[in-house]
Design a protein around this ligand. Structure first.
Ligand code: ADP
Ligand code: MG
Length: 590
């Protein structure tokens, strides 16, 4: 073995940097957190090539005196913690005194800073951890830190960096999260030549949320306060096509964290609302006194430990559950219509629906089965008359045939029969299931045909979603979507899959955007395609409250039959409710 040596400070910092600085976005997060800790009102972040070439953070915070600026670049130098007890009540984002020296050890770093009331500022430069010249400069109050060529001296790390686009979407995500955590601070993010985020200071979370995400009728507000813990935020509403997927942002005392307990509580709330959760979008902001949460458990401060974990879990679960119980801010349009009776279709079935009360209708249906079962000589004609009357030709009701539609209930469910009994089919989820399988099988053979729109549709989207869309443009193209940058906050949709109506294109793309934003960076192509296919199917499918023609009902049931009566939609909702012949006969005491 070689003799033991003490690591040089530079090498020690480079090794420590491995923990704190994983990629440009994590370096940037540390710098912005320092600006926030310094009381900045406005923070301007600039990155180039996803932060690989340049990260620049400019703030109007309290700045540093010359000797503090020099100290700040030393390891374990911090102005935020002085005693061990301070760790119990940290009210700043930083406290470890590691970020600046770590970043400086693996980049070229220039720091310019001027404290309020001082005549001039200080500029210092560090290259790969080696401190260079310290000079006096003229500048406005505040601090500017420029980090260039991150990991230039750590090839092993540089190798692991992703494409410019992937790194820049991480950067956007980090700045977006910090901006949500601090509405009173103004944020601006410039990436390359593009202004991606611009949020002037506002007073409330609501206002900031609006700046970042715009009007979001698909989210519901969450609020609960108990036992000194306050939770507020927004989560995906339970809409007709399930809760929208999207990012799950969790903030504890303004710190962006990952937390299994909270994620689990959210999951439970959706499960209890009897919806199979598919990482529903959630933005949750938790506040509690700093003594009740240990923030010093993770080098990147990405996790915390709650003193009372089960209390937090219960609070989140209940708050989200309550919020889901309320109608979303934009309730689904429900057309007024007559009360729940079977709506006879234009071509009604002789002997079953014509001129009968609802009860006798069911009796009539039972009768058909009974006769069918007992091979009553009448059955051939009466059963034969059924399909003829509804236009399926020489069909008899038997187990090898698809369901035969009798009509619609509330324009939302198809009531159908086959030899096994009565089926109530959710028209939306059934059609969705069918389209999903069709889309997936077409994808297996290549791609879907897109249909070029005569005039493109322009949609405003948050920066992170625009970025996520372009990062997944290959997969979208395979589905038949062409979505391009349109400048400013907008994208334009020029091509949509043939199955999708133009009127649905905008909503579909909005949901696809939140899908891809919520997807794991590492998600494989198949997973991405499957998610996108589910969303496309959902938007292409007939909706609840759509009046269907007989042909459409037949088509849906016929295709559903081909999908082997898949009992759940791609989002996990049930498709068919069955009332078996046995149940029916038992109920009528036959
Ligand atoms: P920590 O944030 O954990 O204290 P850092 O290495 O991130 O450690 O920063 C070291 C110190 O440098 C901070 O404690 C703070 O005093 C000072 N500092 C860093 N960035 C800024 C800034 N933008 N404005 C004012 N002071 C700063
Ligand atoms: Mg810090």
């Amino acid at each position: 073995m070689s003799p033991i040596r003490r690591l040089s400070p530079e090498l020690a910092n480079q090794i420590a940097a491995g923990e704190v600085v994983e990629r440009p976005a994590s370096a940037l997060k540390e710098l912005v957190e320092n600006s926030i800790d310094a009381g900045a009102n406005r923070i301007h972040v600039t990155v180039d090539r996803g932060g690989k070439r340049l990260i620049r953070v400019e703030d109007d915070g309290e700045g540093m005196r010359r000797e503090d600026a020099v100290m700040a670049l030393e390891r374990h130098a911090t102005s935020k913690v002085a005693r061990l007890e301070d760790l119990d009540s940290i009210d700043t984002l930083g406290f470890r005194g590691e970020a600046l020296p770590s970043i400086a050890s693996v980049s070229h770093l220039t720091l310019k800073t001027k404290p309020h009331g001082s005549q001039s500022g200080t500029e210092l430069r560090v290259d790969g951890g080696a401190m260079g010249a310290v000079t006096e400069v003229g500048m406005p109050d505040g601090t500017v830190i420029e980090v260039t060529d991150l990991f230039y001296n750590v090839p092993a790390r540089r190798k692991f960096l992703k494409s410019d686009r992937a790194e820049s979407s991480q950067v956007i995500r980090a700045v977006t999260q910090l901006s949500l955590a601090y509405p009173k601070v103004g944020f601006m993010l410039t990436s390359g030549a593009r202004r991606v985020l611009q949020c002037p200071p506002v007073r409330t979370l609501d206002e900031r949320f609006f700046q970042v995400y715009g009007e979001r009728p698909d989210l519901v507000e969450v609020y609960k306060s108990a036992a000194g813990v306050v939770l507020r935020g927004y989560v995906a509403a339970l809409t007709d096509h399930g809760p929208s997927r999207g990012p799950q942002h969790i903030f504890v005392n303004h710190r962006v964290i990952k937390d299994r307990t909270i994620a689990h509580a959210v999951h439970e709330a959706y499960s209890q609302a009897s919806i199979k959760p598919r990482t529903p979008e959630a933005h949750l902001f938790i506040e509690l006194s700093p003594e009740r949460v240990d923030v010093n458990v993770h080098p990147m401060k990405a996790e915390v430990r709650f003193l009372d974990q089960s209390l937090v879990h219960e609070l989140v679960r209940r708050a989200v559950g309550d919020a889901l119980g309320k109608p979303s801010s934009a309730p689904l349009p429900v057309r007024p219509k007559s009360l729940g009776s079977l709506v006879p279709t234009s071509q009604s079935i002789p002997g079953i629906t014509q001129g009968m009360s609802a009860a006798s209708r069911w009796a009539g249906v039972t009768d058909v089965f009974r006769r069918n079962k007992t091979s009553d000589p009448m059955s051939a004609s009466s059963v034969g008359a059924v399909p003829a009357a509804i236009g399926v030709g020489e069909t008899t009701i038997d187990a090898t045939r698809p369901l035969i539609p009798l009509g619609q209930f509330r324009d939302t469910f198809i009531i159908a029969v086959d030899s096994e009994g009565v089926a109530i089919v959710d028209q939306h989820v059934a059609h969705e299931r069918i389209l999903f399988e069709q889309v997936m099988s077409q994808l297996a053979g290549g791609s879907l045909d897109g249909q070029r729109l005569l005039t493109p549709i322009v949609v405003d989207l948050p920066a992170a979603q625009r970025e996520a869309l372009s990062a997944r443009s290959t997969e979208l193209l395979r589905l038949g979507f062409e979505v391009g940058e349109f400048g400013g906050d907008s994208v334009h949709i020029t091509t949509v899959p043939g199955v999708l109506a133009r009127a649905e294109a905008e909503n579909a793309v909005r949901e696809l955007a939140s899908d891809v934003e919520g997807l794991d960076r590492a998600a494989g192509v198949d997973e991405v395609l499957q998610r996108l296919a589910a969303t496309t199917a959902c938007h292409a499918a007939v909706k609840a409250n759509d009046r269907l023609t007989q042909e459409k009902m037949l088509y849906i049931l016929d295709q559903l039959w081909r999908t082997e009566y898949s009992t759940v939609c791609p989002h996990g909702r049930p498709v068919v409710l069955r009332l078996t012949r046995h149940e029916i006969e038992k109920s009528f005491e036959r």
